[in-house]
Design a protein around this ligand. Sequence first.
Ligand SMILES: [Zn+2]
Length: 254
Amino acid sequence: MDEIIMSLFWGIFGLIIGSFLNVVIYRVPRGESIVKPGSHCTQCNHALKAWELVPVLSFIALRGQCHSCGTKISWRYPGVELLTGLLFFLWAWRNPAEPLPVLGLHFILLAVLLALALIDWDTMRLPDVLTLPLLTIGIGSSFFLPMGLSGGESLASAIGAGGAFWLIAKIYPQGMGLGDVKLIAGMGAFLGFPNILLALFIASLIGSIIGLLWMVIRGREFRAQIPFGPFLVLGAYATLFGGDCLIQAYLTLF
Ligand SMILES: [Zn+2]
């Protein structure tokens, strides 16, 4: 019972972090500060009051419109809030014994991955200000916190996965950017070996299926590419939430 209450608490905390992620996703690619000025309507500059900043509920109360100018607010804002809340809730629910610093670290991972996926989707870029801290925190924390990975394992996995994809990016620069390489290294630092391989496998599988469907539906050339970052993040989430089951299922095949 306590566990579900704690998980719900972390879920609500996730809604608030999701609200902040909306700011990050909008402002980081534009090179704007994520602190100042406070949240405002991007159309009329109306500064949002406290009651307009409550995750999800404000969107419903405002019926999806700016209170001042009536401009439509994208469904994505409450969507990101709900998704972050759900991710935090599920993580806390599945990992009730996790010590607070490790839990916090995993929340950072889940949140930064979500921001990166959407920024890459919007702009085809994975900003260094998000990928490099993720990599540094992933390796650094594994030396100090009982994350399941030792510092050496984290470092080796980051260098191994990042290095392999760095080579791919050198040989085939149209297919992958250095932003993807940094994200893969960061994922390696958190997931370790062999989980990073599972994440990359899932990412490539879903990415190629969606890529093919995209070509069939839109009739686009392969050059008009869809970003790889969102699929990397899907692979990381699938591994984080179901990796043990997936690897077990795979091993029982033999
Ligand atoms: Zn407005």
